[in-house]
Design a protein around this ligand. Structure first.
Ligand code: HSE
Length: 306
């Protein structure tokens, strides 16, 4: 194979109760990447459409991830990456993860797939570290594996794919302001009170149980964030109002998507998810802030070849 075109989807990390460890994969939003072999070894960024991205291979998350891959798996051939960047950087739905995971997935395919999807996470982490200043796999894992994923350990990349209760539909609203992960991580505290830790791991354990047992009421009760959301809420216009509107419209839960500014909700069925989106957007209509709303089933496949 000389070239490949892939779709690298957006994702929602944290999911309220699982900061840096829990995530799920979205469906309709994502980047399209075309990767082709070149005669000169190494990696280069070709054309970029949709958004402004660095062309310098040392500064682009896609090429940095591929360089990490090629260090472990050297190749006489080189690679050119053309990116149609449809996920806005700094939107909170895994823009850097899609670029990094998409690029290593494509190169792996072009080299005859020496690594599994799960093994590719380690290389994509290099791109994620460049973008956010911290290597965490909570967006990368669902983008590569699909569905819901739990990263038991970010250091050893012990990743578990979780089941998805069939009725779940996600609503994501992206108020169009840019919030860089590196900045929304900078305001976090490095310590948390024991009492908050107890609440958080209680919720995370219950959320995982709810996925396995398809217990929507338990899932709803577990979608609480006592640690991160209270600190980051002030970075997002009308966050509390938008979240409350989602819950009042029937969402099982709602919270900050990754590091924001996008806000996500999980609902039972598409009809409720649509009602939730309509309620969430009224606040941005009122203050004249532009936004996108996405309705999405949980994407079970992750990255796909086009
Ligand atoms: N877990 C990460 C965070 C996701 O909340 O900072 C964003 O990359």
């Amino acid at each position: 194979m000389e070239e490949i075109k892939i779709f690298a989807p957006a994702s929602v990390a944290n999911v309220s109760c699982g900061f840096d460890v829990l995530g799920f994969c979205l469906d309709p939003v994502g980047d399209v990447m075309h990767v082709s072999k070149t005669k000169t070894p190494g990696v280069q960024i070709g054309t970029v459409t949709g958004q402004e991205l660095p062309k310098d291979p040392l500064k682009n998350v896609a090429s940095v991830a591929v360089s990490a891959f090629l260090e472990a798996h050297p190749s006489k051939e080189g690679f050119r990456i053309d990116i149609d960047k449809r996920i806005k950087p700094g939107s909170g739905i895994g823009s850097s993860a899609a670029s990094a995971a998409g690029a290593v997935f494509a190169v792996n395919e072009l080299l005859g797939a020496p690594y599994t999807r799960a093994e590719l996470v380690q290389f994509a982490m290099a791109g994620e570290a460049l973008a956010s200043g911290a290597a965490h796999a909570d967006n990368l894992a669902p983008v590569l594996l699909g569905g819901f994923t739990l990263v038991r350990c970010n250091a050893t990349l012990d990743i578990i794919k979780l089941p998805t209760p069939p009725d779940l539909v996600a609503t994501v609203i992206h108020p169009k302001i840019e919030l860089k992960t590196i900045h929304s991580r900078a305001i976090l505290k490095s310590d948390i009170p024991l009492q908050k830790g107890v609440a958080q791991w209680g919720n995370l354990g219950a959320f995982i149980s709810a996925l396995y047992t398809e217990n929507y009421e338990l899932l709803s009760r577990s979608m609480q964030d006592e640690v991160i959301e209270p600190l980051r809420a002030m970075l997002i216009p009308k966050f509390n109002e938008v979240k409350q509107a989602a819950l009042d419209s029937g969402a099982l839960g709602s919270g900050i998507s990754g590091s924001g500014p996008s806000i996500f909700a999980l609902s039972r069925g598409r009809e409720t998810a649509k009602k939730v989106g309509d309620a969430m957007k009224t606040f941005y209509d009122q203050i004249g802030l532009d936004y996108d709303v996405h309705l999405s089933p949980i994407n079970q496949q992750g990255i796909k070849i086009l």
